[in-house]
Write a protein that binds this ligand. Structure first.
Ligand code: AMP
Length: 395
């Protein structure tokens, strides 16, 4: 089946047409700068496009994508639409796109202000453009809904969970789910027989503890700000630092929000960049800020992994994924050095070559637990979920 996977952001629409049989993307692209100066960059079987166009709203963005997919001779073959949604709130699994779902996402806008409104608008627009196709919302938070209460509650008065649903939700769930299933497939094991830590390291980063195929703890929290040091996000932080900055420097809520979400992480620590390629390169050249950022990133990664590993009865493998996890041998090596207590033995050559020769195991033959690299593919999993849903309603 051919499935259109949509990821609507506040000013962008990312899309891909996935063939669920070959598991390949036949076309992919991005419309950005919606509301400012629309720009579509996309490729497909017939060719590429890279043009600016008048794009005041998401409707024009989806129309431009539809025009492109028509030119690529793909539009008529699409049988279903899958939507990536950052925050699913109460949803414990993917849900068909209905008015109720759209209204619910609008009602939890405060949970993920940059995303939920855009997802809801994107779904309304997609419903208008593809009225006859089955459409499914796939939530980044859903995979984490199996966490036990002791893992998802914060140590604040219980009434804030009951009345305002303040709890750990976790994100990147589609990636953690895909990578854990893929790891089981690669190892020729049943997911129920494996205990894993998956480390999704990209611009946003999170780790999950996965026991017998189910998430039992994760590092991101009520929002994607919690946990690891990221590109521009601080990760976990003593909340009293915010009170202190408010009192000392007069920072208000918006200023603090910008500080911890946009000015911190690798960027804030290095004073140089949020991009791990730049950080590792400059660190190797002796840039002190880059060295500090790399050191803190890898140490906090190990520290968070150490923390959530106690949710597992044993550990079979630590699996790296995401832009950094799949590509940075330096980060993997440093993280594993910090995790020596678990008994990892890295094979330096395999670590350098992973991704290039698609070898997945980067630990030595005798090493238990295994250290692995498994590329993520969130779009594929959304497409497969959507296919399953589309087939189920045809029956
Ligand atoms: P993602 O958000 O998953 O697309 O990942 C983006 C991050 O991956 C950025 O910090 C990139 O610098 C990083 N990344 C991509 N390729 C490499 C590489 N070869 N070495 C180090 N970091 C990389």
């Amino acid at each position: 089946m051919r499935v259109l996977v949509l990821n609507c952001g506040s000013s962008s629409v990312k899309f891909a047409v996935i063939d669920t049989v070959t598991k390949e993307a036949l076309s992919s692209g991005l419309v950005e700068n919606i509301g400012v100066d629309g720009h579509i960059k996309a490729k497909g079987p017939v060719g590429k496009i890279d043009v600016h166009f008048n794009c005041p709203t998401h409707a024009e963005a989806v129309a431009e994508m539809q025009k492109f997919l028509l030119e690529q001779k793909l539009i008529d073959s699409i049988e279903a639409v899958g939507h990536r949604v950052v925050h699913g709130g109460k949803y414990i699994k993917a849900a068909p796109v209905t008015k109720e779902v759209i209204d619910y996402l609008r009602s939890i806008i405060l949970f993920a202000p940059l995303h939920e409104g855009a997802h809801a608008t994107g779904m309304e627009v997609a419903k208008k453009f593809f009225p006859t196709l089955p459409q499914l919302a796939v939530f980044d938070t859903a995979f984490h809904q199996t966490m036990p209460r002791k893992a998802f509650l914060y140590g604040i008065p219980y009434k804030y969970y009951q009345e305002l649903q303040i709890r750990r939700y976790g994100f990147h769930g589609t990636s953690h789910r895909f990578v854990s299933a893929e790891t089981a497939r690669i190892l020729g094991k049943n997911p129920e027989d494996l205990n894993l830590i998956t480390a999704h390291l990209g611009n946003g980063s999170s780790c999950s503890a996965i026991k017998a195929g189910k998430c039992v703890d994760t590092t991101m929290g009520f929002t994607p700000l919690d946990g690891l040091v990221m590109g521009t996000r601080s990760g976990s932080l003593d909340p009293a630092i915010l009170f202190f900055l408010n009192k000392k420097l007069g920072f208000d809520i918006d200023r603090l929000d910008r500080l911890v979400n946009k000015e911190s992480g690798l960027l804030g620590l290095s004073g140089l960049s949020n991009d791990m390629r730049t950080i590792t390169q400059k660190a190797a050249e002796g840039h002190e800020g880059a060295q500090i950022a790399l050191e803190v990133f890898c140490y906090k990664l190990a520290r968070e992994i150490g923390g959530i590993t106690m949710a597992l009865p044993s550990l079979d493998a630590l699996v790296f994924t995401g832009g950094i996890g799949e590509n940075s041998a330096v980060v993997r090596e440093k993280a594993l050095e910090n995790l020596a207590i678990f008994g990892f033995k890295i094979d330096k050559q395999r670590n350098l070559e992973s991704g290039k020769n698609s070898g997945h195991i980067i630990s030595t033959g005798g090493s238990r637990p295994l250290a692995m690299v498994v590329p993520t593919n969130e779009e594929l999993l959304i497409a497969l979920d959507t296919e399953e849903y589309a087939k189920s309603i045809k029956k």
